[in-house]
Every structure is written in structure tokens, then in C-alpha cells.
Unconditional design. Sequence first.
Length: 600
Amino acid sequence: MAQVAVMSPDGSVKKIDRDSKESLQALRKLSALMLKAALKQEFKGIRLGEAVADEDGFHVDSDKDNQQVSADELPALEDIIKGLAKNDAKVEFVEVTLEDALAEVEADPYSSELIKESAKDGKVAMYQLGDVKAIADADILVYGDVVKNLRLLSVAGAYWKGMSSNPMLQRIYGTVFFKKDALEDDLKKRQEAKERDHRVIGNQLDLFFVDPKVGAGLPYWMPKGATIRRTIERYIIDREVADGYKHVYTPVLMNLDAYKTSGHWEHYRDDMFPPMDMGDGEMLELRPMNCPSHIQVFKHHIRSYRDLPLRIAELGMMHRYEKSGALSGLQRVREMTLNDGHTFVALDQIRSEFAKILKLIMSVYKDFDITDYSFRLSLRDPKNTKKYYANDEMWEKSQSMLKAAMDDLNLDYYEAEGEAAFYGPKLDIQTKTALGNDETMSTIQLDFMLPERFGLTYVGNDGQEHMPVMIHRGVVGTMERFIAYLTEIYKGAFPTWLAPEQVHIIPVNEDAHGEYADELAKKFKAANIRVVVDHRNEKMGYKIREAQTQKVPYTLVVGDEEKNNNGVSVRKYGEKEQNEMSQDSFMNEILADIASYSRE
Ligand code: ATP
Ligand code: ZN
């Protein structure tokens, strides 16, 4: 088995199997160092930030006066790296005094800062390749001759240390493998990922935008994206109301005291926006969660066992102070709307309520054609029960009820002991994103703590006061992350019931057929079908192509024949042939299609 030499941050060298994960990481680290060397060679005076190897490849941050490195300069940099590889580049371990290390990078504030941070007892451990050095902070491959299958992928802005108050650097991303076919596979996967990227599709289809100049992580929903969202919101509210939920509206601002009582202020403060001092003693907080709001709804009346399970739901807008470096399209934002719900139950109702929520979630998934998901049941660590909310009876009873409910429904699940929240066990439903990453879409979380903290009670049939258990649950999660996910799994070709534009009508000749097209559109609109007539003065072929690019489910072309026969020529998205049919048959077909998301 082929072996490679790998150096550790302490300077020791060992041989490891070339086909291991560790050797790939070390290859990525070496590639990052070689990219640093290439940047230094190509651009005199360039300032260099971190050179990082991660699970996805490697990247190097840089900052160049006036003009930044651009994507078309990447091939030249790639050639330099390959040249270094041919010339038997070799990494040396050097220990430099802090003064010497700093003197070498005098004009580079980023390198200086990194060096200062990593210095120990006045010394800095570094890897050296020719005349470039990098902090020795991860294993690195020693011999550069294997760096052949490398590609520099892209350049993007990245704040120094991920903080938006810092300068923006240019981050160059790359990928590298020992073998050529591994690189080719990876590039293919990346291409596929790009085609599904909801940010790219969102832009092509004009669904939404996020502009850091008007607010990082604060999305603007354009009319088409808003139509998709509105359709989902109406759908989910209808499903929940049918399932016994009481939908409410509660404010996004709340007195900070509520978050002190809930414990969020103590444990979750880093993710919250700073409170607003109203100047009269009142402190207001933008809510990061809706739980305390729904608790107020519970508390507003005296509750009895007859009210339970009490199901409060809301499309609740919340704000979380996510780091600017973590923000990504609609997937991770700072203002989001959660399909949230809180059910208040008696202890012995947990099993049936849990099953009911689970059935709702699975039925909703079916309607969206989400099939690739799995269950993770998070329980408390039986060996360390002290870590958790102290009430053995509640834990024992509820955990066995959750398992029993899963078994009743014949569902396979992964038991994650020790993964429960402090306040109770939970079930996460994990989906796979188009890019193959795991994502928690829905959760059902039991909570013994908040009812106690807020002093919630109901009157039991024994006339005594009891404490309810609270179940937090999200069915489709936040509108933002859910729609990002759907955009990727559908590749932007939303099923007809969700498509912002369902029918696109193209008159063959505006003068002769424009009016007929409008008449048709009127009928569709009356049936609540979202339709646009393309009256533009463009060639027909162009209009048809554009309707396909916009992924409209049905494109209708109407000319003499259609007009005379009261018919339409229908082209379905993704299909080549065009079918002639009567207005009525088309109407039946599309209405059936819209209603076709199935119900159990
Ligand atoms: P994460 O680990 O992704 O930050 P979380 O565990 O904090 O999420 P919860 O508090 O359980 O998430 O949030 C409830 C829902 O909100 C989940 O469905 C999650 O997918 C979604 N969500 C959380 N943070 C964001 C965000 N910044 N942007 C969009 N959706 C989010
Ligand atoms: Zn909650």
C-alpha cells in the first residue's frame, strides 16, 4: 500500500497510508501552503491571511491593494503550484523567534496577528516552503511532488476572522486529490451542487435577494418567491388547523424579563440581538424563539384538564444574531419565520400527542415529495442523569412513551443516548440536502423546564393544580430554510401547486391571437390558476425557451388553429412535444395536477 510522509505541528514526521482521510487532509494543508507561495510569487506585497484545510478542500485568504485577485487569475496560480510540485517542493519545519517571525511579515497585519496568536514562550512553530512560511497548526504532507490533481475553484469575499467589523479579504477555494479520477468525481459533484444551489436558482428565477448593504442575513422576498412562501404558509396553517391547532399572532418584541425567566438570556445571549433600552426602564428584546410568547397565550386563561392537549401555533417571526460568516442565502439568515407550535399536555398524553405530531409531519413530507429522511431520538445519558432537569419520573415515563409511539408507528430510529436537551428528550427528523449534508428539518421536543420556570398549571379532574408538559414542534421548520431546501431538491422546477407562475400563454401573433390568449387567461384566473400572457414583441422560439428557463410547468401556444377550435397547444416543462387539446381538457388536467399532492 502506498505511503506518504506527513509532518505534525511539532515537527515530527511519520509515514501513513496514502488512501486515508488523514493523508488527504495533509495534502489539502500542503496545497494551501503552496497556494500561499504562488500568491506571494505572483503578486508582490500581497498580504496573506489563514491557509486552511477543511472537510471540503482548502482555502487561503489574501488582501491586495486596490485590486483583488480575480477568478480569471486562478489558472495562472494553479500553474505556479504545479510548477512548484514538479520542482520537488519540500516542507521544512522551522522554529522561529517571535521577533524574527514578525520582522519577516512587517507589512502584513494579518500574518502578524496569526503569528502573535500562535507564539508560545516567544517562539513560533512554522512550516516553510521556499520563502513562504505558515503557522504549523495541522498535519501537512512533506513532499509536494504529489500535488498534481488540484483545481482552484473560486474567489469570494470573507471577513477577517469572520467578523463584519473587520476588513474583507479575498478567499480562494481549492480542491485536491491524490488521484485524477477522484478529482474528476469531486468536480462533477460540485457542478451538480452549483446547479442546485438555491442562491443561484433564487437569482435566476427572481425569488429573493439578500443585500449586505441593506442588512446581512435579512432576505427580501420578491413576488415569485413570496408566492411560493404564501402557498406554503396557507397550506401549513390549513393542515394544522385541521389537526386541532389554534393559530395565533404574537409580537416579535417582548420584554427582556421573559427571556430572563426562560433562561435564554443566560444561555443563548450570543445568538440574540442586543436589547433595546426604551428609556423608561423597559427593555425590549427581539425574540429568538417563540416559546415564551406561546406560554403567555397559555397563561392568559385558567386552564383545566379539559383544555389539554392545548395546541398553540404560529408562523412566528424571530431574529437570531448569526455570525456574518455563517450566513448563506435563505439557508441561514438573521430574520426568519418558523412554522412553530407548542402543545401543552398532561404527562399521560405525551404518547398520543407525539404520535399525532409525527403523523402530521410525515403526511406533510409526502405532500412535498420529501422521501429521504430518518429519525433520531435523543435521550438522556443514563450514566449521568445529573446533567439533566431533575425529575426521574418524567424522564422515564416520557422516554418510554416516545419509544412506544415510534414502535406503534413501526418506524426505525437511531437512539442517541446523551443527546437530549437539558430540559427533555426530543426527536429530530433528519433530511438530506441535495448536496448530501444532513439537516434537521423537523423536531419534536419535550420540555419539563419552561412550564416550571413560568409556573404553568392546569386544574386536573381531581380539582388539584398540575404542571403540564410542553412539546415544542416544528413541521417544516423556518420558511427560509425550507424553501432553500425545496429549491435544491426540485432544482427550481417547483411542482405546479407551488410554482409561482403555473401557466405561460404565448400568442403566435399578437394582433391575431392576443385577445384569445387574454380570454383564456381570464378563465384560468377565475379558477385560481396563476397565469401570465406573454404579449412582448419577441420571437416565439425565444418566448418558449424563456418559459422553460423560468421552469413554468405549462406553456401554452395559441394560434389560428387553437383559436378556431377553442383549444390550446400545451408544452409541459421538461418535455419536448406539444399536445393539442381543448380548453376544458387542459383545465381538468391542470386542476388535477394542482390538487395532486397526495393526502393519506
Ligand atoms: P442550527 O443548529 O441550524 O443553528 P438550531 O438547532 O438552533 O439550528 P432550532 O432552535 O431548533 O435550530 O430552530 C428551529 C428551526 O429553525 C429549525 O427548523 C432550523 O432549521 C431553523 N433555523 C435555525 N436557525 C436558522 C437560521 N439562522 N436561518 C434559517 N433557519 C434557521
Ligand atoms: Zn419552542
